[in-house]
Design a protein around this ligand. Structure first.
Ligand SMILES: [Zn+2]
Length: 240
């Protein structure tokens, strides 16, 4: 989960639990002003009911998913205004991991939930590979310096899989070293940037020759269309 703060106020994104949020707000002397949810999985919304009992704040989340205490259902093109923080976000529909998953984009930052991870992507539970690839493509079109705040710290494991798919990618090898140093020092690898993701995340590189060739080797077939390549490497990752 992520906290956004300014002055005396804070908003929280994907509070899977209430206790750490309440502890952080109390320790920092912050007042909760909003909750944003990207999708309905319990590890992203499990803390909402308890948090709104203590403070009846607006809860933003995808229209069409069961989000606890949802007050502001949102979908593609909607705006989320957080005046206490001086921040505005636009909402993208990014179905695939779940059927109505949303991302929040604003202030040069993208909250991508369990759809785009650092050097990886979420599993396709409720949508199709074509939907998931289109959702990833929508986010990949944002500027290079966009900070990517994803839902989980899976970066190192994702990089290890990515190196099997894209073994000669020098930027990926450099990223592995950088992330390993951070994790060894007990620090997060997040946020990443979209430029970094486009250069190293195999799920954003389904048209690159090296990734296509690896997908073919995995399948023992000749395919080239990006949706089939995406589906192949997503299945490979699930099994690895
Ligand atoms: Zn999820």
């Amino acid at each position: 989960m992520w906290t956004l703060r300014e002055g005396a106020y804070a908003a929280v994104v994907d509070p899977g639990e209430a206790a750490p949020v309440r502890k952080y707000l109390a320790a920092e002397g912050l007042k909760l002003c909003a909750i944003l949810a990207t999708h309905h999985h319990p590890d992203h919304v499990g803390g909402i009911a308890e948090l709104v009992q203590a403070a009846a704040v607006p809860v933003y989340g995808p229209r069409g998913e069961p989000i606890p205490a949802l007050t502001h259902p949102v979908s593609e093109g909607d705006a989320v205004k957080l005046p206490e923080l001086g921040l505005n976000f636009s909402v993208f529909d990014i179905p695939g991991h779940t059927r109505a998953h949303v991302a929040y984009y604003g202030a040069g930052s993208l909250f991508s939930g369990d759809t785009l991870f650092a050097c990886g992507c979420g599993r396709v539970f409720e949508g199709t590979p074509a939907q998931m690839l289109a959702s990833l493509g929508k986010m990949a079109a944002l500027p290079d310096d966009t900070k990517v705040y994803c839902g989980h710290e899976y970066t190192l494991a994702n990089i290890q899989f990515a190196r099997k798919v894209d073994p000669d990618n020098a930027a990926l090898a450099a990223r592995e070293e950088r992330v390993r140093r951070l994790r060894d020092a007990g620090r997060p690898s997040l946020p990443s940037t979209l430029g970094e993701e486009r250069a190293t995340n195999p799920f954003l590189r389904c048209g690159e020759r090296a990734v296509v060739e690896s997908a073919n080797k995995y399948l023992g077939a000749r395919i080239a269309d990006p949706v089939s390549v995406f589906a192949a490497i997503r299945e490979w990752k699930n099994k690895s």
